[in-house]
Design a binder for this molecule. Structure first.
Ligand code: ADP
Length: 308
């Protein structure tokens, strides 16, 4: 591992536009909504903010458009103290946006227009090579085009930087990729997509995780919502329960978990300790509404860890 504790996140950045409404509209129907708000989102941006708040020195490789949403996204990242040197602003392109409709029961309908996120190419990753030189750990998701994800994993692999892949949203992966991963962190539905096994019981989770270990990943962490997370390596398996909390909004629990996990590992915590820290971050995120507004800070996470 590098001498630094820098977490490098490669991924997407979106502006989430949320309208609350009494009920979702039917196709072709127009209805009046209630409150409207704009928040920064995208799995990459959420995880880089989560890692920064969880105490890491972070940098972010991402693409934005040269529109007002891109400017706001860049400003938001700067406010969190995140390095923007490797964020590429693409001329004449729009930034990623998500239109989110939420009804009174919390049911939602989401459309994501990836915009500039869809234009993250292996060439752009190659131009950001410097970001890999001082990284202790590299964290990626699947909201970016697969060739760019593969290129980033290759650059990290060549430099012996451990890679955490959060395979979200669920997608297919080239078989040869697994052996280049230090950790893969699917949730329940992503686990089913990757292995054909929905982890209903602890035994199911173990079985699914071993299938991924056999593909060559060093460690598999299956996140199991309120049940916590299961870690499986060649040395065995352990289910680490999450603290009990009152859940109000589960948005970005996985992002809080992954960012905190990367942050803990960059500080050289062992896998089990890092997992306890990440579970606490995920649990804290579900106690608050929204994506980035709900991501917890280092002091809150460590306080909850010590209360366990
Ligand atoms: P995702 O948000 O990607 O679907 P999960 O729902 O598995 O992922 O949540 C990620 C992590 O967040 C869990 O492993 C756990 O640590 C924490 N978490 C999620 N929901 C709860 C909950 N209701 N209570 C406590 N912790 C939770």
């Amino acid at each position: 591992m590098a001498e630094t504790n820098k977490v490098l996140v490669v991924g997407s950045s979106n502006t989430d536009m949320v309208i609350n409404m009494s009920r979702l509209p039917a196709p072709g129907e127009t209805i009046l909504g209630e409150d409207f708000f704009v928040v920064q989102g995208g799995k990459g941006a959420n995880q880089v903010v989560a890692a920064a708040r969880a105490g890491a020195d972070v940098s972010f490789i991402a693409c934005l458009g040269d529109d007002s949403f891109g400017k706001q996204a860049l400003a938001a990242v700067e406010t969190e103290g995140i390095g923007t040197r490797y964020i590429t602003v693409l001329p004449n392109q729009v930034s990623g946006v998500a239109a989110i409709l939420v009804d009174r029961d919390g049911e939602n309908t989401i459309v994501v227009a990836p915009g500039a996120n869809g234009l993250l190419t292996p060439e752009i990753i190659g131009r950001a090579k410097g970001a890999f030189d001082d990284a202790a750990i590299c964290l990626l998701q699947l909201e970016s085009p697969l060739p760019a994800v593969v290129k980033a994993i290759d650059l990290a692999w060549e430099r012996e930087i451990p890679v955490i892949l959060n395979p979200a949203p669920a997608g297919d992966l080239p078989e040869e990729l697994f052996q280049k991963l230090y950790l893969i962190t699917p949730n329940e539905t992503e686990t089913e997509h990757l292995t054909g096994i929905l982890p209903v019981t602890e035994e199911d989770a173990k079985q699914a995780a071993y299938l991924l270990v056999r593909k060559g990943v060093t460690g598999v962490i299956i996140t199991l919502g309120s049940r916590g997370a299961m870690l499986v390596t060649d040395d065995g398996s352990v289910l680490i329960p999450s603290p009990e909390v009152v859940a109000t909004d589960t948005t970005a629990a996985g992002d809080a978990f992954n960012g905190a996990l990367a942050s803990a590992l960059s500080r050289n915590l062992c896998l089990e300790e890092a997992l306890r820290f990440a579970n606490c971050a995920g649990a804290l995120a579900v106690t608050k509404s929204g994506a980035q507004p709900s991501l917890p800070y280092f002091s809150e996470i460590t306080e909850l860890v010590h209360r366990q």
